[in-house]
Design a protein around this ligand. Structure first.
Ligand code: KPL
Length: 311
């Protein structure tokens, strides 16, 4: 009998999603190493085993985690990139000497645009993208809270990934117990669906400093509807088939079920971090501009955010 060989993963981006995947891989006995910048790595005490603290449903779990520096030399077989969209390309460039022609890359960024930029920069590699509705937030380094179990779609992005009939490492992610991961041939459609929702919610909650549920108030609904209408119209140039009314229905459903939550963009603002709105509404505006489509609701939203120094 041939022994089962489990793939080894490196995770780059020690935020909430990177830590969540690191914990799930550990629980599924798949080895993985969380990569941090060399400066951060030097600050870690070398004589103690780092622990990842994950709280879920009021219960705290502490799991050992293997941490390495981006500056190490050993090759990376499989890379899960979980940085923010704006940091993704630079992060992958920082480990490019460790990538081989056999490296599989999985990109888990919000919004769109950063994934395509990476697939174009690394055409020789099997690049996959993911779209996730998993909810987790980072309290401090290696301390996260899992807010909700979502679904993750993974699918090929680069030509090399599209040509593969089988990818052992990707299959290891699909089989993870404790995560709901499925494969799709059309990951761009999944990214568009998520982008359409984020484009109506994230910027608005950041601007009005409110919970998701507050956007259901009548005073916000006309703007939300206009954003959804424009999103459907702009994304149609890339094959999106949903109507504005369908997007609005999905957005209002998300606002209802996540009513108490604060969007990731509002959390970024509150923690003085740059948001990913450039990769959400910004992506739509670039696309609109390229195809001469008028998108005044998105334009107004982005300028109102800029007036409040929210980028
Ligand atoms: O994905 C989200 C985010 O906060 O980024 C939503 C769907 C808006 C849930 O909060």
């Amino acid at each position: 009998m041939t022994p089962v060989v489990y793939p080894h993963w490196h995770i780059l981006g020690a935020g909430a999603i990177g830590c969540l995947w690191s914990a799930q891989l550990y629980k599924n006995r798949i080895t993985c190493m969380l990569l941090v910048r060399s400066q951060r790595f030097k600050q870690l005490e070398s004589d103690t085993q780092p622990l990842l603290r994950i709280t879920e449903g009021g219960q705290l779990n502490q799991l050992p985690v293997s941490i390495g520096s981006t500056n190490d030399a050993q090759p990376i077989e499989n890379l899960l990139l979980t940085t923010k969209a704006g940091d993704a390309l630079a992060a992958i460039q920082s480990v490019k000497d460790r990538l081989t022609n056999n490296t599989t890359i999985v990109l888990l960024q919000n919004g769109m645009g950063s994934q395509q930029a990476i697939a174009e920069s690394f055409p020789e590699l099997a690049v996959y993208a993911g779209s996730t509705t998993d909810g987790a937030w980072l309290e401090s380094f290696l301390t996260i809270h899992r807010a909700g179990h979502g679904k993750t779609w993974l699918g090929p992005l680069s030509d090399k990934a599209h040509a593969e009939t089988h990818n052992h490492a990707i299959e290891s992610l699909v089989k993870l117990v404790g995560m709901d991961v499925s494969l799709t041939e059309n990951v761009l459609a999944k990214l568009q669906e998520k982008l359409a929702i984020n484009a109506a919610i994230n910027g608005m909650t950041a601007l009005h400093n409110c919970s998701n549920g507050e956007l259901l108030k009548p005073e916000f609904q006309p703007t939300i509807a206009a954003l959804c209408e424009e999103t459907a119209c702009v994304l149609a140039v890339e094959g999106y088939s949903g109507t504005g009314a369908q997007v609005l229905e999905r957005v209002n459903h998300v606002l209802t079920v996540t009513g108490e939550n604060y969007s990731s963009s509002l959390q970024d603002v509150r923690n003085n971090r740059k948001t990913e709105l450039q990769w959400i509404n910004g992506y739509l505006l670039t696309l609109a501009d390229k195809h001469n489509i008028h998108a005044p609701a998105h334009e107004t939203l982005m300028s109102q955010l800029a007036m409040k120094d929210i980028y």
